[in-house]
Structures are given as C-alpha cells and as structure tokens.
Design a protein around this ligand. Structure first.
Ligand SMILES: Cc1cc2nc3c(=O)[nH]c(=O)nc-3n(C[C@H](O)[C@H](O)[C@H](O)COP(=O)(O)O)c2cc1C
Length: 377
C-alpha cells in the first residue's frame, strides 16, 4: 500500500473509533518498542498508574431526573481563558516519537477545539514555533534546571512566545524508575532533539550503555535542591501565573496557595513515586485546603467523560490528558489528537445531560457517592 492510501485508511479508522481506548489501540500499533515503552510505562510495579484509573471507577454518580437538558453547556475557563470543555493537554516530552509533526500537531488540535495545550520543557519543537501553532492557547511546563541562567532564558522565551501560564513540575527532582526504559535503554532517536534545553550534540552525547538515556540526561540537568523558599526566585522571573504540577496533599496545596500559585493535582501519570495516592483520590483534601483561593487542575487516568465530571464535582476546574493525547498523536497526528478531544467533549456533554446537569456550574459533590474502601470506611 502506498503512503497516501495507508494514511487514508488510518484516518477512516480514526473517525470510526468510538472511544479513547480504540484510539489507544490505533496509536500503539504505530509506535516502535522504544516509544511505546516510554509512553506506557509507570514507575516500578505500576500500582499508582493503575490506581489513577481504578479510583475513578470506584466513584459512583447520583444522577437527577426530569431536568431540561435540551441544551447542555460544557464550557468553562482556566485563568480567564475560555475553554469549550474542561479538558486540556498535559505536558509530555518528545511528541516527535509519536508523529513527525510532533508538538505542532498537538498544539493545532488543541487550539482548533478551544482547548489548551501544555508544552513540555522537553519538547522536540522550539517554544516559539509551538506558540505560533497554539494561537494563544498554550501553557509552558518548566523543569527547573540546575543552570539558573538557562532556566531564566527558557522562562523568558515561553513568555515571549505567548504562553499564558508557567506550569512548574514539582514532583520530579529525579525521574521515577520506569523499568522497561531502563531494561531497553530508552534513547531519543538521532533525528530528534530537545531544542529548549540542549543542542542535539549534548543529548546525543549522553551515554546509553547503562539504562535509560533520558534518566541519565535528566539526572544531570534538573535542580534537585529547589524548595518552597526558592519559589520567590521563580516568581521574580515572570509575570505569568504559576501553577505547581504534582501536588498530592492538602499540606502542599496550602503552601502553594500561600506562595500565590495555582494547584495541579498529579502523580505524573504514575511515573514517579509508585504506590503514591491516585490523583482523583488526592483531590478532595486538596479542594478543601484550597477552599476557592486558587484554581485546581487534575491529570491522571482520565479516559471518559464521566471521569471529567467526577473531577469537576470534587473541585477541579479542568482536567488534562497525558497518554490519551499521545495515542491520538501517534494514531493520526493533528487529526488524531482532535478526535481524542472531540470524543471526550461529546462524552462530557452526554454525562452532564444524563446526570441532569445543564452546565458545569451545577456539578458538585452531591453528584457523587464514593465506594467505601478498607482504608477509608
Ligand atoms: C510519555 C510521557 C511523558 C511525560 N513528560 C512529562 C514532562 O515532560 N513534564 C511533565 O511535567 N509531565 C510529563 N508527563 C506527565 C504528564 O504531564 C501527566 O502528568 C500524566 O501523563 C497524566 O496521566 P495520564 O497519562 O494517565 O493522562 C509525561 C507523561 C508521559 C506519559
């Protein structure tokens, strides 16, 4: 089959996919072992990775009946940016492993649907190019580097490129141990680079004889000593709102608010500390602690519209997709990411309607019943 024909077949399969799981199957089939290992892996035994999904399923909905749902409004806003539905794209490194259009495809899809994309520090595409493709609908995710001068430059570049917020990832002073990547020595293919942080030579020069190239590279690059006391330094570097990504406790949420930051509840898709609590499990105590003083977002395990409204009911303003966006990207570039977002948008609409809600403002804790667990009877 020639390339054009194969692309057409693929686009048809994308349009026929009825849910995110089917797009995952399409995406997986397009990836080599190196990329697939990198995308699917969780840390160690994958307990937290699984818990992110399982804990959504343990929450049951209490739908109300005989409500006029002839019109359902899925819109919201994040930091003043209107969203067509409460779903954005989480930062993930190296979109070039999934598709040649890499982060540009993701940015265009998100912007086209009135969503928002978070661009990783470790993108394969320079910030400025993604900024253009995103048409104002992007946040920049920062890994703070040991080299403060370079960090400062990156932050400035993000602002100049139109990023609307700085998402500072706080759960990764070290990378969690993704054992498949260690075993198979995950490496970035030679045609890809990480232009925001390093020249191609620097990355290619990282030795891969032992373990994952990314881990070896990351270890030397990222600042492991940064604490709450240093947040003032970060604050002084940018006028952008700062969101702390990777918060899992009420204590840290309180500190985040005291430091003037917004809160992104996440365990990095189960890729950092294995057996850490699930994102949705962490949300209630965080929403209590924040008490409306800052915006709250969540990622980890979202695969259904009902997951989205459960997170909103527990206090999240929007949720973000990590792997599902990557599966869409692998399955069909911009079209694939668009299909993922469209499917989820329509699932959110239907979930609201069948719950007897006309808009997200009507979604609160009364929509939920938590299944009991031995730990939390
Ligand atoms: C392949 C991959 C790469 C990631 N890269 C980053 C990154 O560069 N920066 C970051 O803050 N989080 C990164 N994450 C974590 C995501 O932002 C997000 O927290 C997680 O994927 C959400 O879980 P989900 O995949 O179940 O949606 C990455 C996740 C994956 C799967």
């Amino acid at each position: 089959m020639n390339t054009t024909a194969s692309t057409e077949v693929h686009l048809e399969a994308l349009q026929q996919a009825v849910n995110l799981a089917e797009i995952e199957t399409l995406g997986r089939a397009r990836l080599d072992q190196n990329a697939l290992d990198y995308y699917v892996s969780g840390a160690n035994d994958g307990h937290t990775l699984r818990a992110n999904r399982e804990d959504f399923a343990r929450i049951r909905l209490r739908p109300r009946m005989l409500v006029d749902v002839s019109r359902v409004d899925t819109s919201t806003s994040v930091l003043g940016l209107p969203l067509g539905f409460p779903v954005g794209v989480a930062p993930s490194a190296f979109h070039g492993l999934a598709h040649p259009d890499a982060e540009l495809a993701t940015a265009r899809a998100a912007a086209g649907l009135g969503s928002v994309m978070t661009l990783s520090t470790f993108s394969n595409t320079p910030i400025a190019d993604v900024g253009q493709a995103a048409a104002g609908r992007f946040w920049f995710q920062l890994y703070l580097l040991g080299d403060r001068e370079l960090s400062r430059e990156i932050i400035a570049r993000a602002g100049d490129s139109g990023a609307r917020a700085l998402v500072f990832t706080v759960d990764a002073p070290y990378l969690g141990r993704r054992e498949a990547n260690e075993r198979h020595r995950f490496a970035l293919p030679p045609h890809l680079s990480a232009p925001n942080v390093a020249s191609r030579e620097t990355l290619a020069g990282v030795e891969t004889d032992t373990g994952s190239q990314l881990t070896n590279y990351f270890q030397n690059l990222v600042d492991k000593s940064f604490t709450w006391n240093d947040l003032d330094w970060l604050r002084a570097q940018t006028e952008l709102p700062i969101i702390l990504k990777g918060i899992l406790t009420a204590e840290d949420a309180e500190l985040a608010v005291q430091h003037g930051c917004h809160v992104w509840v996440s365990n990095h898709g189960g890729r950092q500390l294995d057996t850490a609590i699930s994102a949705i499990g962490a949300l209630p105590e965080i929403a209590d602690a924040v008490a409306g003083r800052a915006e709250i977002y969540l990622d980890g395990g979202i695969s259904r519209g009902t997951d989205v409204i459960k997170a909103v009911a527990l206090g999240a303003r929007a949720v973000f997709l990590g792997r599902p966006a990557l599966w869409g990207l692998a399955a069909g570039g911009e079209d694939g990411v668009r299909r993922v977002l469209e499917l989820l948008r329509e699932e959110v609409r239907l979930a609201l309607a069948l719950s007897g809600k006309q808009n997200l403002g009507q979604v609160g804790p009364d929509l939920l019943r938590m299944e009991t667990s031995p730990l939390h009877p």
